[in-house]
Design a protein around this ligand. Structure first.
Ligand code: ZN
Length: 236
């Protein structure tokens, strides 16, 4: 257990998707030590859990100066939470817009749970900075992605842990096109190629169909955001 807190270390909430891969690259350009944490909450497919290992390995291979900073990875089993908060992401329900204006893929309280668990891990590892890919610009209206929610959670963690606590959300005000642009600024075409080939976004877990923006069904809300962002970025 590491009890000394380092402001030069960051713990990235890393799912293996486009956004959290970009966040990981962002952290690797800013912090001396970067660790990752991921959550298995009973997603309907295990594709993104495999993708995150491929992304980490390829980041280490392609960017040796980042490899030296990239530390441990922890997978946390939250299948009990997934069963409790069952949604289209964790069960077999259809992916659709609900009457309350939220997509059926909304998992109630997901980011709040993830941030709390991550902060407990960071506490033990001597890291008070969490990095997450929450974004309120382009997303599906998830209330736990809003900046106000994240700010309130950072304050709750600071009080609850009685220690400095920061939640960095570099994507908060970016569109999907701007997230591609940020990835390019951080790691050039090599990082874009890595994200296209190895990160996973599709809600349906499709890995057989390859588009210019990566693998996916092309029609679920996550694929549409990724695809439209890619096209917008390529046009500019
Ligand atoms: Zn899809």
């Amino acid at each position: 257990m590491n009890t000394s807190v380092s402001s030069r270390a960051a713990l990235v909430l890393f799912s293996g998707g486009q956004d959290s891969t970009t966040c990981l690259a962002w952290a690797l350009t800013r912090y001396d030590r970067v660790e990752t944490v991921g959550f298995d909450y009973g997603q309907r497919h295990g594709v993104e859990l495999i993708a995150r290992q491929h992304v980490r390995r390829n980041l280490q291979k392609i960017f040796p100066h980042w490899a030296a900073r990239l530390g441990d990875d922890l997978m946390v089993n939250l299948s009990g939470y997934g069963a409790l908060a069952e949604s289209a992401l964790t069960g077999d329900a259809e992916i659709r817009m609900q009457e309350n204006g939220l997509p059926s893929t909304f998992v109630p309280g997901r980011n709040l749970v993830f941030l709390t668990i991550a902060s407990a891990h960071g506490y033990r590892r001597g890291m008070d900075t969490l990095v997450g890919g929450m974004c309120q610009t382009d997303h599906s209206g998830y209330p736990d992605c809003r900046e106000d929610t994240i700010k309130a959670q950072a304050l709750a963690l600071k009080l609850g842990l009685d220690r400095p606590a920061q939640i960095k959300t570099p994507l908060m005000h970016l569109t999907k096109a701007e997230i591609w642009m940020l990835a390019h600024a951080l790691g050039g075409q090599a990082l874009i190629d890595l994200i296209v080939e190895h990160s996973h976004t599709c809600y349906r877990g499709e890995r057989d169909v390859r588009h210019d923006w990566g693998y996916g069904c092309g029609t679920c809300p996550a694929c549409q955001l990724r695809k439209n962002g890619w096209r917008e970025w390529r046009m500019t």
